[in-house]
Design a protein around this ligand. Sequence first.
Ligand code: ADP
Length: 908
Amino acid sequence: MIKPDLHQGWKKPHWIAYAMAVLSVLAAIIIAELMSRLLHAEPSALLMLLCAIILVAWLGGLGPALLAVALALLAFHYYLVPPINTFAWKHNVFAVAAPQLPRLVLFGVALLFIAFVISAQRKATENLRRASDELQAAIEDQKRTETALLRSEMYLTEAQRLSRTGSFGWNVASGEIIWSEQTFRIFQCDRATKPTLQFVFQRTHPDDRAAVQDIVQQASSKGSDFDHEYRLAMPDGSVKYVHAVARAERDASGSFKFVGAITDVTAAKEAERKLRRSETYLAETQRLSHTSSWAWDVRRREFVYRSLEAYPLFDLDSDGDTVSTQPFEERVFPEDRRRIIELVPRAIRDKTDFEVDFRVALSDGSTKRIHSVGHPVVNSDGDVVEFIGTHVDVTEQCEAKEKLQRAFDEIKKSEDRLRLVIDTIPTLVWRAGPEGVPDFLNEPALYYTGLSLDQAETGWPRAFHPDDKKGMLQKWTAIRETGTRGGLEARLRRFDGEYRWFLFEAEPLRDEAGNIVKWYGSATDIEDLKQTEVALRESQQRFRDYAETASDWLWETGPDHRVTRISEHVSAIGIVPSHITGLARWDIAADVDSEPEKWRQHRAMHDAHQPFRDFVYRAVSASGSPVYVRSSGKPFFDASGNFLGYRGTGTDITATIRADHAEEALRSAQAELAHVTRVTTLGELTTSIAHEVNQPLAAVIANAEACLRWLDHETPNLAGARRSAEWVIDDGNRASEVIRRVRALAKKTDIEKVSLDLNSVVKEVITLVQRELSNHSVSLRKELAPTLPMILGDRVQLQQVIINLMMNGIEAMEPVRDRPRELVIRSGQDETRRVFVSVTDCGVGISAENASRLFNAFFTTKSSGLGMGLSICRSIVEAHGGRLSACCNEGPGATFQFVLPLHQEDAL
Ligand code: ADP
């Protein structure tokens, strides 16, 4: 038998249930038949069929059970057909015995009843089971809902905690306030605390309390939603920012309820504050660094954002409105703009960053340089939608860079120059490591020593003179130990083996820590200096010897002109050096009062710090005798030009002065003599002079008579008388002139130099000697230069010279009988443009024996001669700065000539 599984609630399909009904009935028939035949048991078909009906009704329900009842009734009917109680084959299937009919009906009713009961039972059981299942499902649903609720509450709590948002409810009528866990946390109180409005106000920051109370008051009275931010003053002293939002609801009773959320926005506030501050910093940084940021929309091809700093960067004003791209573009140099326009599409295509430098023309005409960096922003499709970047004002950097470049160039140039200088200066330059080992020599050093750079380390120390090496090494070590600049002198071998003295100087180079990293040095050739030093020493000694052996003494005075030093030699003239030290020259001199002008000028020269030469003064020796001193001195100064005093020499010229005095006396005697000579000469010229005077006087008389005759005419000829009278005047003047000249010659006057024409002097003399010439039958030839430059001279003295020379010539021709006596007088200029006058005769000439003595005083070959004429003439000519000479002619006779310098004005 199949046991139905009621609990499974298995539902058979209808056709199976009906099949099962058929099969159950069939199985019951078969089992009943088999039991009857095989076991010979009591006929049990009724029972079997009954069981089949029960089974079908239980498992298949009422429908299949009714089918089974119908089949069972048929089977039972067949069972009751004779032969009864068997299901063997029967021929007359409807031949049921009448007695069996009640049994059949009863069976049928019983079957129907059972079928109905079992079916009902089954349905009830099924319903019960279903109800139980539903209950179970409902319970599980309930459990699931509870779990979900629990989880959701947990999530909510967690969400509230994470979002720092608590929730609350407030019943205005009852005053009841409900807080979520997070709300308690926000207010920092435990859950046992009963939330009240009073507590909320108490926690509110005192500054916000009144505003909060006001908002709550209004909301509760009007039932309006509220949304506000305020601060809480926490028990630990901290301040919390909260944002409270609440929605009002009115309940059935008409009172308001508020449901809301409170969020701790302290972190957000802090972040906002930080953000604002960092924004301020960024703006300030951009302003200070002249940097602006921007965003450029690729599709719209325009800037969608520019920081404020962009405007001053492009010298544009921003009044809050966004300035369009065009003014910015117009500021950029056209060629730079073209470059940027070419650059951007490439950056878009390659999706790469770009950097570009461009120039901006400012309104004041200056140029700004900007460095721009752009970075592409790519959307999810991989397209560049935007470039963000910065503009940086790099004008100063560019200028600094250019300056730096120029400085680098300069440094490079100066480095090259320095290199050139180092290699071309006539000084040996060397460098050594901290240990003193040389590692560099400049070209001159290499050339001098004949070393190569590789040999510097060992070759340089070896090039020192063996005698100097030890001392040099000791000094070099000492310099290195002191670590300061130092020098030494030593001889260094030249490539050709010659040693020369050098001054070696070394200077350390230190790093930032003060350690010596190198020694730099120079070696200067001081060979010549050394030799000069020797020469100087010798020269000093020489001068010391001169000074010590010279008769002059040396002196030195201070700025106050008082003697500070004087050599011992001064004692030779009887002056004790210590007596005059500290005295000025004018304190020592004895002629200050007698010659005040001389001393005034001398002191003025001292005050003007001018040198003086050959200043002569009189002093008195210790013994009281006068001494004459000639002093020369020059001022000396220190390096700054400050006057320090005078240095000079003093000479005893007492003997010279005395000789001068003697000479002076001689000179006056000479002058006296010259006068005598002149007067003597005049005596000789008396006839000539008398003639000279007589002639105009005779003419005067003749003309006066002629004048009278003109007047005695019947008709006086006044014109003729006037002419004669004028001639009288002329002749009178001529006679007077002759007398004046004679008087001048006879007069003893001091020399008086004036500007003279020598030709006029010659002509005057000729007049005076005219008579003498004719008396001695001497013809005179004049070869005077038509013009002569003026000379400076004394007319009378020069007349005397010419007269002397002409008279000597006339006398020298006295013995001449065989040839005409001719005297030639010439004037002119020699090759040096000096004026000369020569007198040539054809007389006896000058014998070789007399030639050297002609000009000596008192030399004469004449019996009546004084022998002073030529001597005086020479003195006169030399006093005029000229020269008198005599020579023999090629033919007979002699020529005497004097030359005189030109007057200074003419010489120019
Ligand atoms: P003095 O005429 O009184 O002798 P001077 O000094 O004039 O003195 O002349 C000196 C001497 O020079 C003369 O005695 C004469 O011997 C010589 N002497 C001068 N002039 C001439 C001359 N023209 N020719 C030759 N001898 C001359």
